[in-house]
Write a protein that binds this ligand. Structure first.
Ligand SMILES: NC(=O)c1ccc[n+]([C@@H]2O[C@H](COP(=O)([O-])OP(=O)(O)OC[C@H]3O[C@@H](n4cnc5c(N)ncnc54)[C@H](OP(=O)(O)O)[C@@H]3O)[C@@H](O)[C@H]2O)c1
Length: 312
């Protein structure tokens, strides 16, 4: 039987990849009634095969009315204030979008369930490696969080909100998501490095922060696997390679044969960023592999996929 899946933030990097992933799945077997929602106009080039609703998730009434009307089997909440430094300087907005809106989504699901208890919405929430302090990554799901920035605090608060409900929930934590979609509102480290080096611009890159970059397609696949398998609990979903940001940028330069002399290694403390970043994250992704069949590409395979998309 067809199930309804509602995506928030569908204009974003993960949001768009999710819509395309679900559309591809529906070609093989039409399992999903897809509802894409984001703030403002739809920026996905493909307009067929799903319903688009303009939905600002910080608007409580709108959120509740949408859930009562559509009562989805699955919600994937990708919408968030994702700019870590902006969250530090505009804390009110960060709380509104990353915490209060999650409350409204929970309320929306609860109100919809009062009207029709037969549907038990599976709430899948995206979270981040930044909830950890980076003292001893890579991290497993049960490691102790210790957020260093306000962004991280809000994302952890959202996790706690979900954990305190009686809903069917899953929290998928991820790390530096890279990829390209239509009408992007913000870039990512891979595109930034490639673009800067192509324009022969000198760049400073930190060599004391370690991450496992995640291809947006892999994360979208992981989210859909979680929905299909009705999995609950916390899952770590990143790429499988851990590297410093400097190494990441070198590997981007190597892949596109760009001039590495333009890259200068610097320490985090020398670049003035409003939000503090964890030094070493990275995830142990065995649980997602075992329970969900999550199987991410290597970093270079991910770059090759991105390269194909850029050529189109
Ligand atoms: N990207 C990363 O490196 C990373 C790392 C760790 C965790 N995550 C988490 O993964 C999730 C997805 O990230 P992403 O990279 O796909 O983010 P993204 O590209 O910034 O997408 C977020 C989307 O949410 C939309 N949005 C903003 N305010 C909204 C509102 N009030 N109502 C509805 N939609 C709103 C944005 O719209 P506009 O495009 O119009 O602004 C944007 O399209 C987030 O929860 C993030 O915290 C991301």
């Amino acid at each position: 039987m067809e199930k309804t899946i509602l995506i928030t933030g569908s204009n974003g990097l993960l949001g768009q990849k999710l819509i395309y992933n679900l559309l591809e799945r529906n070609k093989k077997s039409p399992d999903w009634k897809i509802i894409a929602t984001s703030k403002g106009e739809n920026r996905i080039l493909e307009k067929n095969g799903y319903t688009y609703l303009s939905l600002d998730i910080t608007n409580r009434e709108e959120v509740i009315a949408t859930f009562v009307k559509y009562h989805p089997d699955v919600l994937i909440n990708t919408a968030a204030m994702t700019n870590v430094d902006a969250c530090e300087s505009d804390r009110m907005e960060a709380k509104r979008l990353n915490v209060d809106a999650v409350k409204y989504l929970i309320e929306g699901i609860n109100e919809a369930a009062e009207k029709n208890p037969m549907v038990n919405t599976h709430f899948i929430q995206l979270s981040t490696d930044f909830i950890f302090d980076g003292e001893n990554g890579p991290y497993a799901e049960d490691a102790k969080p210790n957020p260093l920035s306000y962004y991280a605090e809000t994302k952890l608060k959202a996790e706690e909100l979900l954990e305190s409900t009686f809903l069917k929930w899953a929290i998928l934590r991820t790390i530096i998501v890279y990829g390209i979609v239509d009408g992007m509102s913000r870039s990512n480290v891979v595109l930034w490095a490639k673009d800067s080096l192509e324009r022969k611009q000198k760049i400073n890159v930190v060599d004391d922060q370690f991450r496992s970059p995640t291809l947006a397609e892999d994360l979208a696949e992981g989210c859909v696997l979680c929905a299909e398998r009705k999995a609950t609990g916390i899952f770590h979903m990143s790429g499988k390679d851990q590297m410093s940001i400097l190494e990441l940028v070198y590997r981007v330069a190597d892949f596109w044969k760009l001039n590495k002399d333009l890259i200068t290694a610097v320490k985090s403390e020398t670049i003035k960023q409003p939000a503090k970043r964890p030094a070493r994250t990275g995830f142990i992704i065995e649980k997602a592999k075992r329970v969900l069949g999550y199987d991410p590409h290597s970093f270079e395979e991910g770059l090759a996929i991105l390269d194909e998309q850029l050529k189109k």
